[in-house]
Design a protein around this ligand. Structure first.
Ligand code: NI
Length: 204
C-alpha cells in the first residue's frame, strides 16, 4: 500500500476511534447529555442496542426477546482479560448484591468479543466466578460482530502470532438497557458499585 495513503487511513481510524470514545463518554460538544458522577445519560443520539441472537453459557440460543421486560446490564469483553473485564464484572456483582431483591429485575450480561476462544463452557466458568445470575453470551464471529456494531463496541485483537495466547483491546462501557430494550445509560469503566446500583434503582 502507498505509504501516504496508509498514513491517512491510520489518521482517519485514530480520529474515528477518539470521536466514538468521546461520544460514548459524553464529552463531544453538541450532543444533548445530562452528566452525573460515573455515568452519562445520552439524549437525542443515534440508537444503541437492538436485536441479537447468541449462545448463552449453557449452550442455548437466546435472543433479545428473551430478556424483554427485564433491565439488561451489558458488558463486552473477553474471559482471558487480565484486568478490565474481571474488575468490571466484580463491580457488576457488587452492584447486584447492593440491589438485594431488586436484582431479580436485572439480567447482567457478559458478551464476549473473543468468540474464537470463549466457548459456552469457558463462558460458564468465567461468569460463575462473579455472580450466579450473570449470563455469558458468545456466538459466531458474524453474530458477535453484529451485536458489537449495534452497541458501538470497538475491539481489536493485539498483534500476536500465537492463536492461543493473545490480548484483545476493547471498549469497556457497561450499558443499562430498559425493559423495552432502549438504552437508559452508559457506565464508564471505574464506576462504583454503589453508583451503578443507585442508577438502576432509580429506574425500578
Ligand atoms: Ni477486558
Amino acid at each position: 500500500m502507498n505509504k501516504i495513503f496508509a498514513f491517512f487511513i491510520t489518521v482517519f481510524l485514530l480520529a474515528s476511534a477518539a470521536a466514538i470514545g468521546l461520544w460514548l463518554t459524553g464529552n463531544l460538544p453538541g450532543i444533548g447529555q445530562e452528566k452525573s458522577e460515573g455515568s452519562t445519560v445520552l439524549v437525542g443520539v443515534p440508537q444503541i442496542g437492538g436485536s441479537f441472537s447468541l449462545i448463552n453459557h449453557k449452550g442455548e440460543t437466546v435472543t433479545d426477546e428473551d430478556y424483554k421486560g427485564k433491565f439488561l446490564l451489558i458488558f463486552f469483553g473477553f474471559t482471558n482479560c487480565p484486568d478490565v473485564c474481571p474488575t468490571e464484572m466484580q463491580t457488576i456483582s457488587l452492584a447486584l448484591q447492593e440491589l438485594g431483591d431488586d436484582a431479580s429485575e436485572v439480567v447482567p450480561v457478559f458478551v464476549t468479543v473473543d468468540p474464537a476462544r470463549d466457548t459456552p463452557d469457558i463462558m460458564a466458568e468465567f461468569v460463575a466466578a462473579f455472580h450466579p445470575s450473570i449470563v455469558g453470551l458468545t456466538g459466531s464471529e458474524e453474530a458477535i460482530s453484529d451485536v458489537k456494531k449495534k452497541y458501538r463496541v470497538y475491539s481489536q485483537k493485539q498483534n500476536n502470532d500465537d492463536p492461543d495466547y493473545y490480548l484483545v483491546d476493547h471498549t469497556s462501557f457497561t450499558y443499562l438497557m430498559g425493559r423495552d430494550g432502549d438504552l437508559i445509560t452508559v457506565f464508564s469503566y471505574g464506576v462504583s458499585a454503589e453508583e451503578m446500583a443507585s442508577k438502576i434503582r432509580e429506574q425500578l
